[in-house]
Write a protein that binds this ligand. Sequence first.
Ligand code: SF4
Ligand code: SF4
Length: 487
Amino acid sequence: MDHSSKTQTEEMASLVETWLGNPATRKILSKVAVGPYNMRRMERILKLYGWDTGNALGLKERIVGKMVRGVIGQVVNKTGITEDNIKSNMKVGYWRKGLVSTLAGIGLWGPQKPFTSYAPFLVVWNSTNACNLHCRHCYQSAISRPTPDELTTAERLKVVDRLADEGVAYISLSGGEPLMRHDFFEVAERIRQRNMGLALATNGTMLTAAGAKRLAELGCSFVQVSLDGTGQTHDKFRGLDGTFDKTLKGIKNAVDAGLSTEVAMTVTSQNLDEVMEVIDITESLGAGTFMHYNFIPAGRGKEIMNKDLSPQQRESLLEKLATEGEKRNINVLSTAPQFSRVCMGGKHSISSLTHFDSIGQDQQWADEVEFLAEFVGGCGGGRLYCGLQPNGDIIPCVFLPEVLGNIRYNSLVDVWQNSDFLAKMRRRDAFKGQCSQCDYVKVCGGCRARAFGYFNDVQGPDPGCVRNATSWDELEKKVEKDSVHLL
Ligand code: SF4
Ligand code: SF4
């Protein structure tokens, strides 16, 4: 487990909680943290707090800085976190950007549970529609060549600059297969130069030892490699014989380069029986995290929705994953937001705030994480994260292809703050089915992409949850009536 990132996340959460509880701080935040100018100033101040004195500060900034230090001092006293730790975390660009976006979000919208950041913390950027494989469940319906409308290298570099200027903390390069882009490392380098976090989501087959080493040198904090089963099952899912061995090699290259590596498995009824074996493989290869990817009927995935797990199958899988998470030396996570509910249900000693958080996997931190669960809020689509398409289209989540604008012409923050679609997605009290009455709606929220994929309604019920079993049954009846069998 990566203890340094755990400590960073925990400390950031403690800071935010303390600020939230103080009305005077909130009022000040709305004046000093909201807006691009204030956010840049706040970032410089946090940088100074880290004793990186590269930027000379003016009088006003020194005053705000004094206030920031005062509040941080209170946090240090209350939590017992060491000041040295906070100072060193604030030297990390994406940590500073993430904290500023959180504070500005609270200043703008107030202390909501779950909260929405001022700008997306994370943008998952589908860099290209091209892929060297042809996976059955590909949400992007990737093909062998890039599409003609994809952003050029010059445009992509400009996009990185814009995202940095607009307050995005972290970019994950995905696809298609992002390593198919000839400008992959040029863009990755620009992300590093702009002090944002960098991650890669890949099928692993093109991840050479040299490429992994270069990623490590660029400070890539995280590599996710998809593995959908053992041997032939993986090859069948991925549409090409021999893929399994190449994928394993890619994972090994990432691990050997010292990259924090995650194995991601999209689980359907076709590979459900192989989950434990893939967890074993993850552990034996030295990767730090196994991630169950929730199946979502998007892209080519729509063609195999009859292979989706039933709510009962998913629930039993999530229970097993929570048990494995307690036993194993790796993180065992799920993108199904119901995993938070399962972990919090009283049977397990680990927690899960959301699918890109792992601090609750450590049993000694699980309780401390739980008090933050409603704040972090499960599904982060359109609230903490959004997707970007190869042609610049802005979407709420890579599995939810509703076009909200285009980065060529629109400001991301403007779209993020003013989109009616995102406003609907964030209104959990308006969700349908059991989600609206569920006592876990703030910590889970259901997968909005699944609600959209199955019901064409972003506020619909997530039919993957046992609490929404009636919605699943209705869906089955409807699909059967239309002569398509869901199961
Ligand atoms: S809609 Fe939410 S839960 Fe579903 S994939 Fe997107 S971020 Fe994850
Ligand atoms: S009913 Fe909805 S909010 Fe409640 S646990 Fe299930 S998916 Fe999550």
